[in-house]
Design a protein around this ligand. Structure first.
Ligand code: NAD
Length: 260
């Protein structure tokens, strides 16, 4: 066991959806600051943003990689994970942050739209975890952090039924994988962010002054989350040896949104 339980030096991490500007990028940089090498996986259309995150990771004196791929495509996932494993030998830390949103009433939602949300948010989380886990299990060590939402356990006022369903699924997938892999040294937890500002996903909400004020006042802390600071501690904790006895947990990082 390390003397500094939060030290990630020598660990190798993969962060999906880690392109610049999103929560995944902030989580990738937090891991790098704590000493981990970090590979960032992004859609081909976001590869420049992934390069940017990788450059910021490297600023911390660790190794970085930017990869393009789609978490909802098994061949693409296999290729990305193989690339990281070839480079570093294995992955110690996986952060499943890739995600998409559909803000549309249920009745107007096409099956193909529903399916894409489930494919990326839920099936993608499962596929990447499943592809990374065998080596973790073989080595007897791993930390998987899924990114759910404050809406994994409740719904919100906006019409986002596919998103709510996918995030509820991520929370219970987390518990299911934790129960399978825990005894072999691999913990699986999820962070449930509240409203963080600004990301591509939340900007449309935060641009509406009335909604922004409602979101602020709805939290116990009366402010939105800052990805650069508010996610760091929980991410490093769940990625490190410090969280050895924590698994299957949903960790709210929501300024108290779900506490009342
Ligand atoms: N921002 C928030 O306030 C908030 C709140 C709760 C939960 N979340 C969750 O946090 C995660 C990140 O959200 P964000 O706000 O940073 O959004 P974002 O859109 O800024 O980031 C998501 C990233 O995932 C990438 N991505 C999308 N589909 C992908 C795919 N199929 N394969 C690989 N990469 C893909 C996108 O290109 C993007 O860079 C999501 O899972 C989201 O549901 C965010």
């Amino acid at each position: 066991m390390r003397s500094d339980l939060f030290d990630l030096n020598g660990f190798h991490a993969l962060v999906t959806g880690g392109g610049e500007g999103g929560l995944g990028a902030a989580m990738a940089i937090s891991l790098a600051r704590a000493g981990a090498d970090v590979a960032v996986l992004e859609l081909e259309s976001g590869i420049e943003r992934a390069d940017h995150t990788a450059a910021r990771v490297a600023d911390h004196g660790v190794e970085s990689l930017a990869l393009s791929g789609d978490v909802a495509d098994s061949a693409s996932v296999d290729h990305a994970v193989s690339t990281v494993e070839e480079r570093w030998g294995h992955i110690d830390i996986l952060v499943n942050a890739a995600g998409i949103m559909l803000r549309k009433p249920s009745i107007d939602t096409a099956i193909s739209e529903w399916q894409r949300i489930i494919d990326v948010n839920l099936t993608g989380t499962w596929m990447v975890s499943n592809r990374v886990a065998p080596k973790m299990l073989e080595r007897g060590y791993g930390r998987i952090i899924n990114v759910a939402s404050q809406y994994a356990q409740l719904a919100g006022p906006l019409p986002e039924p596919a998103y709510y369903a996918s995030k509820g699924g991520v929370a219970n997938l987390t518990r299911g994988l934790a129960s399978e892999w825990g005894t072999q040294g691999v913990t699986v937890n999820c962070i449930a962010p509240g409203t963080f500002y600004p990301t591509a996903m939340t900007r449309p909400l935060a641009d509406d002054p009335d909604r922004l004020e409602w979101m602020r006042s709805r939290t116990l802390l009366h402010r939105l989350g800052d990805p650069a600071t508010d996610l760091s501690g929980p991410t490093v904790f769940l990625a490190s040896e410090a969280s050895a006895y924590v698994t299957g947990a949903l960790v709210p990082v929501d300024g108290g949104w779900t506490s009342w």
